[in-house]
Design a protein around this ligand. Structure first.
Ligand SMILES: [Zn+2]
Length: 277
């Protein structure tokens, strides 16, 4: 089932009152999945028969776009884990009935990052589901979600084609190409990291997006005849390009496991030197 159909299915279930109080979405693209979840929530609640340009005059869609709908809370890990305090804050806010919408809805991103104390706190909530609360969990790997939570969720798979056109933000892609051009065959690549890249993004999520963009871009350079190939890509063999793609996948793992960004960037340029012919 394509990801679009998953959300159509969820919306249909919702309108037929068949949607579970908690469901888990396993996805290969967390960002896109979250965007689609927000769109689903709009469709569930929009009073103007939601369409893409609805937000111009629609209160609910506007509030969702501005992240200020009182009955919607998105939780992302605070540091390495989702913390107990984030769950208790949410429970406290949802102890009252929703105002603009039929349900209070919480979305938990990176649901594999509960620790035992935040998971136990949430369990109470999941075990005594109230009619007007919906929990949506997003994860890249359902096997890594604490089993007590997973077992109380209806599970859906939400797989996207890694289609470059959907995934790439033009500004980030520009940054990526500039970076690849700057370090390519540059004896001062480490210095470039230090002077230009250190602190380039303050948020780890932005670094993740940066390297994901690089990954999608190089993937696409591999499989298609892009007109905007950087020098590096034009000059190396496809074998080497594949190795770089594998390297970037590793880099993304280091970023996700909270490695020091400056060290990760240095590791990246040092390993990249192996692939310049
Ligand atoms: Zn609307």
């Amino acid at each position: 089932m394509s990801s679009i159909n998953v959300f159509e299915n969820l919306l249909l279930r919702y309108h037929e009152n068949k949607l579970a109080h908690a469901f888990l979405l396993e996805t290969n693209n967390e960002e896109l999945c979250y965007k689609d979840v927000l769109e689903l929530i709009k469709k569930m609640n929009c009073s103007f028969n939601y369409s893409n340009n609805c937000s111009l005059d629609c209160n609910i869609c506007n509030l969702i776009d501005n992240n200020s709908l009182p009955s919607l809370i998105t939780i992302v890990p605070d540091g390495q884990f989702i913390k107990k305090g984030q769950i208790t804050d949410m429970m406290e806010r949802f102890s009252t009935k929703p105002v603009f919408t039929k349900e209070n809805i919480y979305v938990i991103r990176e649901a594999e990052r509960f620790n035992s104390s935040s998971a136990n706190t949430l369990l109470k909530f999941l075990e005594e589901p109230e009619d007007n609360i919906i929990g949506i969990f997003i994860t890249s790997n359902k096997e890594n979600v604490i089993s007590t939570i997973r077992s109380r969720c209806q599970i859906f798979s939400c797989i996207y084609d890694n289609n470059i056109i959907d995934c790439l933000d033009d500004n980030i892609l520009t940054d990526v190409k500039l970076y690849l051009n700057s370090i390519y065959k540059n004896a001062d690549d480490l210095l470039y990291n230090k002077t230009h890249m250190s602190g380039f993004y303050t948020d780890r999520k932005d670094w993740e997006l940066f390297f994901k963009t690089m990954l999608y871009y190089l993937d696409d350079c591999y499989i298609s005849e892009r007109l905007d190939k950087v020098e590096l890509v034009k000059n190396i063999s496809k074998d080497k390009l594949i190795k770089i793609i594998v390297l970037i996948e590793d880099i993304l793992k280091y970023i996700k496991s909270n490695g020091n960004i400056d060290l990760i960037l240095d590791k990246f340029v040092i390993e990249m030197r192996n692939y310049y012919e």
